[in-house]
Design a protein around this ligand. Structure first.
Ligand code: 5AD
Ligand code: SF4
Length: 467
């Protein structure tokens, strides 16, 4: 048993980060058995689930979408807000019930939730039916833990983050768009955020390995890659090898994959050099997700965001100016401890100023161990809910307006999948990351096509193939 420790997780003393190549082979010992995998949270988790899928399939399991049919259940969890945790524990109720009628069912928990010591205490105390718990830093141990499963609950979670795995294998969900991890962890310590604790120190993969992965994906016919990191702009800084995110982006563009995206950018690290590279290459999509979090300088300071609204505006305008037809989206938190009416009004003001193409909005949720969780907060929850509603109404009006601008226009759409709602439709994304439902057959999947926009809603567009 290995248990997480917040003091170890918080540590940013200089250490030597080891880059480790994975070359493990697995035996299909579980042939004929089925796995059920559920993912909560961000793109990083979605991509980690592709690694989990690889391990499960290498062990011989096949996928099922029906929980009751599963021989093994894996929940890849999130810790960013309390409701993410509630969803996991809610679902665990179903798993516990199933184990009563299927005693050999293996239940595994991984992801950010289990990196938190207080959640591990809860699991040990009230969820003994969970067989395996594995943390974010040793996901590669999952297959071994499944093979050697003991009757006792096995918890293997580490908080030190001094490794970067290279050559990780994935069973990717899509054959059109691929995620690529470029860096792990985060050193920013925004005071509300648990990620620096659950994902550990900021550490980059080596550029040559990332580029090799891009090349292989291009060869396999992928149309789009998204470079992933909690803070992609900090890429390379920890390596000291003379390259940075602008270099990586440019080298990736030169490989010639049709579409390149990247998430998430921190305004603090966004350099002019980066903007110039984005503007220079046609295959780098004109889309930037640039979390602002609040419109109030006082709140930004308490959040430890390291920029003022003036600085954010300058960066925002520079990107808009230099990158033709760019779409900018953001994240906003309302109800940070003691956020005043004036602070909230400043958030509405910046939304009115930037007119974001889209914004993901959240009510602040205290996370155990973070600095903000120790701050006094006199704002009633109902006030926070009211603020969220007001903000959402405003944000949605701008999303709708930006979508309406495309009405009657012809845009390029990379078709990624069939529409869930309508058999006769497929869907995909514009270069600016707007979701479009298109009338057409499934053979369009994987193609970049011209689409004429016929309807615009807040969260999606409808269109027809332009012949
Ligand atoms: N409460 C609410 N929202 C949060 N986020 C991160 N931590 C919290 C929290 N404790 C939001 C931020 C971040 C996004 C991924 O989630 O807006 O950008
Ligand atoms: Fe969390 Fe801030 Fe790091 Fe983003 S930059 S992961 S919000 S600590």
């Amino acid at each position: 048993m290995n248990l997480p420790d917040l003091c170890v997780a918080r540590n940013r003393d200089k250490v030597e980060v080891k880059h480790i190549e994975q070359h493990q082979e697995y035996e299909p010992l579980f042939k004929g058995q089925k796995y059920f995998l559920r993912t909560y949270g961000c793109q990083m988790n979605v991509h980690d689930s592709e690694e989990i899928k690889f391990y499960l399939e290498a062990l011989g399991f096949t996928k099922t979408e029906i929980l009751e049919d599963a021989d093994i259940v894996v929940l890849n969890t999130c810790a960013i807000r309390e409701n993410a945790k509630d969803k996991v524990f809610g679902y665990l109720g179903r798993c516990k019930h199933l184990k009563k009628v299927k005693p050999n069912l293996i239940i595994c928990l991984c992801g950010c939730l289990v990196q938190q010591p207080h959640e591990i205490e809860e699991i040990k105390k009230n969820h003994q039916y969970i067989d395996i718990v594995v943390g974010t830093h040793n996901l590669n141990e999952l297959p071994e833990l499944i093979v050697k499963k003991s009757p006792k609950q096995d918890i293997e979670v580490f908080s030190n983050s001094d490794k970067v795995f290279e050559n990780v294998k994935y069973a990717r969900d899509s054959q059109v768009c691929a995620w690529i991890n470029i860096a792990y962890g985060c050193d920013k310590f925004c005071t509300y955020c648990i990620v620096p604790y659950t994902r550990g120190r900021e550490r980059s993969r080596k550029m040559e390995n990332i580029l090799r992965e891009v090349q292989a994906l291009k060869k396999a016919g992928y149309q789009e890659v998204t470079l992933l990191g909690q803070n992609v702009n900090a890429y390379g800084n920890d390596l000291g090898l003379g390259y940075n995110f602008a270099t990586l982006l440019e080298e990736t563009a030169k490989i010639g994959i049709p579409r390149i995206r990247f998430v998430t950018s921190h305004p603090w690290n966004f350099t002019d050099e980066m903007i110039d590279v984005i503007a220079k290459y046609e295959n780098i999509m004109p889309y930037v997700h640039l979390p602002i979090q609040s419109g109030s300088d006082a709140i930004l300071k308490k959040m430890n965001r390291r920029y003022t609204i003036e600085e954010y505006k300058t960066l925002f305008n520079k990107i808009k100016e230099k990158v033709k037809n760019v779409a900018i989206t953001t994240d906003i938190i309302v109800g940070f401890p003691n956020e005043t009416d004036e602070d909230f009004k400043a958030t509405l003001d910046i939304v009115n100023y930037c007119k974001f193409d889209n914004a993901f909005t959240f009510i602040y949720s205290p996370r155990v161990g973070t600095a903000a969780a120790r701050m006094e907060d006199k704002i009633p929850y109902e006030v926070k809910q009211k603020r969220l509603k007001e903000l959402n109404d405003l944000v949605n009006s701008y999303s709708l307006a930006s979508n309406q601008k495309l009405l009657g226009k012809t845009v390029k759409v990379l078709v990624t999948e069939k529409s869930e709602k309508d058999q006769n439709k497929v869907c995909g994304y514009t270069d600016t990351m707007k979701l479009v439902n298109v009338e057409g057959a499934q053979d369009l999947i994987g193609q970049i096509i011209d689409v004429e926009i016929t309807a615009a809603k807040s969260f999606s567009l409808d269109g027809i193939v332009k012949k």
